[in-house]
Design a protein. Structure first.
Length: 139
């Protein structure tokens, strides 16, 4: 359906909203690097099971022309998650999550500048207000 992405976005929002608080509780006694390993290991197992259920395989894409983008993305994701988990272990959720959440505004700017997506007044204001919200929440 045309609006499936909105339903999935809401599901992602609802479930991902619980990640930081649960991580903060877990990392009271589990090191952040271990938490990254265990949570992403579980994610890999679950994704593998989903792919097996659907009868799909990732291996054919290893030689795909766009595969290097995934390799770079995976590297950025690993660095970002390690930093995010460590920041959560050291600081308050109410500051770490908004600062981390700036990726939404920055990704939007990259989409506009690099991917030539349209910039509307509403999008521009949204990006500006997102940055302002993070600054206000992090003080």
């Amino acid at each position: 359906m045309k609006r499936d992405y909105l339903v999935l976005s809401l599901l992602a929002f609802a479930t991902y909203s619980l990640v930081a608080p649960l991580l903060k509780i877990a990392m009271e006694s589990i090191p952040s690097t271990t938490a990254v390993f265990l949570s992403n290991g579980l994610m890999t197992v679950l994704l593998g099971a989903l792919m097996a259920y659907r009868g799909t395989s990732p291996w054919q894409y290893l030689s795909h022309p766009k595969a290097p983008y995934i390799a770079v993305w995976g590297t950025f994701l690993a660095v970002g998650l390690l930093a995010y988990y460590r920041a959560l272990a050291l600081g308050p959720v109410s500051v770490v999550v908004p600062v981390y959440g700036l990726f939404i505004a920055i990704s939007s700017v990259i989409g506009i500048v690099v991917l030539e997506e349209s910039l509307t007044l509403r999008k521009g204001l949204g990006i500006g207000f997102a940055v302002l919200a993070v600054v206000l929440m992090s003080l």
